[in-house]
Design a protein around this ligand. Structure first.
Ligand SMILES: [Zn+2]
Length: 324
């Protein structure tokens, strides 16, 4: 399990800038105040040398050390109080010189000691969702907004979809890397994309790296790479690496892509490599079992039928129901 690498790096960068910005703003306020109130500049100077004064006291021996350190501390506290009073007298807020962090717990560094701060975790998740491909779908298509009433025309269908919904919800909420791969089969408009998005969001929120896209776009990236466009250096990460490496790959709409020998062999390689690496994949398709067999080579369909848990979707096109 790992955060999405790109999202993690982006977030580190955002936090670094945010922390620098907070300190820079505080520095500018300090300069502003010192220019306006010279006594504060003197106080700041004294306070800045407090550490050195303590070191001097310590070096002078142990005699009365506690008393001498306490005297220094009292002097510094008095200076700080005087500074706060001066700020207020001159019309500044009492905390005007303190850096304004968005998160006081980690002071915008993203870490408390060696532990990741909750605020950093949240932002990595948000950036992962943004990078995952689910983008704008994420708010509309959740487990909560999935409505079983659209399947209630007949009891068998409702039962079946209730089972699909509960199985996939449990799959997402208890996701681990060695979970099964899933093949969602069923006609268009039965909620396959909705549940795929809901799974992606839930699994990302658990801290896993999820990539979601249509099969057409995914295979398009392989074709793009085949012709070597866009890659100038050997070190540049390949666009398709993420499909092999992510914790969960969700491929929407298998069967709508333009297929040729090259894309079919990429598809096989991708599915097979992920199975061998014990990384789960979720594939959805409007094709029937027979249509899949007719369209793809035996080596692909035998992987799909043998290694994937098949989830059949039933019902009447929800988009059409909503229009009526
Ligand atoms: Zn924080």
């Amino acid at each position: 399990m790992g955060y999405n690498k790109k999202a993690y790096i982006q977030t580190r960068e955002i936090f670094k800038n945010r922390e620098e910005r907070a300190r820079e703003d505080a520095f500018m306020r300090k300069c502003e105040v010192e220019a306006a109130v010279p006594e504060i500049r003197e106080i700041n100077k004294s306070l800045a040398s407090a550490g050195a004064e303590i070191a001097i006291e310590l070096a002078r021996g142990k005699e009365n050390i506690e008393q001498r350190i306490n005297a220094l501390r009292d002097k510094n506290l008095a200076l700080q109080e005087r500074r706060t009073a001066l700020l207020t007298e001159n019309g500044y807020p009492a905390d005007y010189l303190k850096p304004k962090f968005r998160c006081d717990k980690c002071q915008d560094t993203g870490f408390v000691g060696i532990d990741m701060c909750e605020c950093f975790h949240r932002e990595v998740i948000e950036n992962t969702i943004r990078n995952s491909g689910i983008g704008a779908l994420v708010d509309k298509q959740s487990f909560e907004s999935f409505d079983l009433k659209y399947y209630s025309q007949d009891a068998r269908c409702l039962n079946m979809m209730k089972n699909v919904y509960e199985t996939l919800k449990e799959y997402a909420e208890k996701f681990t890397l060695n979970r099964n791969s899933v093949l969602m089969l069923g006609a268009t408009g039965l909620g396959k994309t909705h549940l795929s998005t809901a799974i992606a969001k839930t699994v990302i929120e658990l801290g896993y790296d999820v990539v979601y896209d249509t099969t057409q776009n995914i295979l398009g990236d392989f074709e793009y790479e085949r012709f070597g466009r866009g890659y100038n250096t050997d070190t540049e990460e390949k666009k398709t690496d993420k499909y092999f490496d992510c914790d969960l790959l969700i491929m929407d709409d298998l069967g709508t892509e333009l297929s040729n020998n090259f894309t079919v062999s990429c598809l096989y390689n991708l599915i097979n490599t992920r199975i061998n690496k014990h990384l789960p994949t979720i594939i959805s398709s409007n094709l029937t079992h027979k249509e899949l067999k007719d369209r793809y080579e035996e080596r692909i369909t035998s992987r799909l039928m043998g290694e994937f848990v098949i989830m059949p979707f039933a019902g009447t096109d929800i988009r059409q129901q909503k229009m009526q």
